[in-house]
Design a protein around this ligand. Structure first.
Ligand SMILES: [Ca+2]
Length: 424
């Protein structure tokens, strides 16, 4: 998993790579009435003879590792027979997003009106299933539905890439070889357990599968058979097992039923911005004593445990009071924008309104090149960002806050274009 960071905008989600969410901008693919939703696997483009031979040589050596990990000869032959190098997954792996979305742009598509409407329709269609899952795992139906909406647009974009060739290609390629080797072994174990045939084992290019986009190791750890047919089936049109598996995942990640993921708050004039960020935790009563209130002006009820103040767009955007359920969602995907997307979508499906405070829509997110420049300029001035990788992590945020404090600015740690211009 990516390290949780106080990210203010994230790279296009394909880069997160692990749970590899469906791009939130994709509109729902309408299905003919009665049409099967079972994805048909994409054909694998033809690769050069040289890389195909390279993959086969690699696979012959990898077979020993697979057998020593408990994969049988029969499973290996069934899954790896006719193994094909898939050049498309390497293209996807290499395509680095140059531009990043601001949190509000991300939420505009991740929590669009269409996605909220579809979520309500899914709550109506699968209500009894979702309530039964809620009763067993203690994760609210709306939250499970929101993960489903974020990950695959409620099952419409489950991915049509054949998983075994994709993982083998990525493991052979080696850029993240150890990670994908582990995923390939896990995928072979899933086949060996009889949960799915190799031909039906489809998903996104980086190995995330089914309605809620489990990577193979997550599947092995968390997937459940809720229908009771003896198979943990996250691939079929029926989302029941996938939804229950998501609830099981969140429950094991520490989900507390009845606790909000986060609530929007108002900060008092003169708020000490050193208190913002995930490291500072206080009870809602302690926050209230400091003047932090809900958007209705009342103190946030103090029955959910400790909370932090998160400023996803800096001091000029909404302020959130986040609870431990925020962390539970982040086990699924560590990007703050993803967690806020799931949480906010679940709130909207539950009938709550949108954020009260406006986003600073006049701003734009810094590109990767600009982020690196920001880090270089901060470090050059003695505000060490501990590296210039273009990722806004805790070290960069701390450096920004120090610079802001030293220059009489509001120390919100937000990497705005104004800040970069000031450093130029
Ligand atoms: Ca089942």
């Amino acid at each position: 998993m990516k390290q949780a960071v106080k990210a203010v905008s994230i790279t296009i989600l394909a880069l997160s790579g692990l749970t590899a969410c469906a791009a939130p901008t994709e509109s729902p693919r309408p299905l003919a009435k009665g049409a099967a939703m079972q994805p048909v696997a994409d054909p694998i483009p033809v690769a050069s003879a040289a890389v195909q031979r390279g993959l086969e040589t690699w696979a012959a050596a990898f077979k020993r590792k697979a057998l020593s990990s408990g994969i049988s000869e029969a499973t290996w032959n069934r899954a790896m027979r006719d193994l094909r190098y898939n050049p498309r997954v390497i293209e996807r792996d290499r395509s680095q997003a140059e531009f990043t979305k601001a949190i509000w742009e991300y939420l505009d598509s991740a929590v669009s009106d269409t996605r909220i409407e579809n979520g309500l329709a899914m709550m109506a269609q699968y209500g009894p299933t979702l309530r039964a899952i809620e009763a067993r795992y203690g994760v609210e139906a709306e939250v499970v539905a929101a993960v489903w909406g974020m990950e695959s647009n409620y099952g419409k974009n489950r991915g049509t890439t054949q998983i075994i060739p994709a993982l083998a290609t990525l493991a052979y390629d080696g850029r993240r070889g150890a990670f994908f080797s582990e995923q390939l072994i896990a995928a072979l174990k899933i086949i060996q357990a009889g949960d799915v045939d190799p031909a039906r084992m489809t998903g996104s290019w980086a190995g995330a599968m089914g309605h809620t986009q489990f990577i193979p190791t997550s599947y092995l750890s968390f997937a459940v058979d809720f229908t009771g047919d003896g198979r943990r089936d996250i691939w079929s049109d029926d989302p029941t097992d996938a939804l229950a598996s998501t609830a099981a995942y969140l429950a094991r990640s520490g989900w507390v039923k009845g606790q909000p993921w986060g609530v929007e708050v108002q900060l008092p004039p003169g708020f000490n911005y050193a208190l913002a960020g995930k490291k500072v935790k206080k009870s809602p009563a302690e926050w209230a004593a400091l003047g932090v209130r809900g958007v209705d002006g009342a103190a946030v009820p103090d029955r959910f445990g400790a909370a932090s103040i998160l400023l996803p767009a800096g001091a000029r955007g909404p302020a959130l009071m986040i609870f431990s359920n925020f962390t539970a969602i982040s086990r699924y995907n560590a990007a703050d924008s993803y967690v806020i997307g799931v949480g906010h979508l679940s709130d909207r499906i539950r009938g709550k309104g949108t954020f009260r405070a406006p986003w600073p829509r006049g701003d734009r997110a810094l590109s990767v090149v600009e982020r690196k420049e920001l880090q270089e300029r901060l470090s050059a001035r003695g505000f060490d960002t501990q590296g210039t990788d273009g990722k806004i992590g805790p070290n960069t945020i701390a450096a920004i806050e120090s610079f802001q404090r030293a220059n009489g600015m509001t120390p919100d740690g937000y990497p705005s274009l104004d800040l970069l211009n000031r450093l130029r």
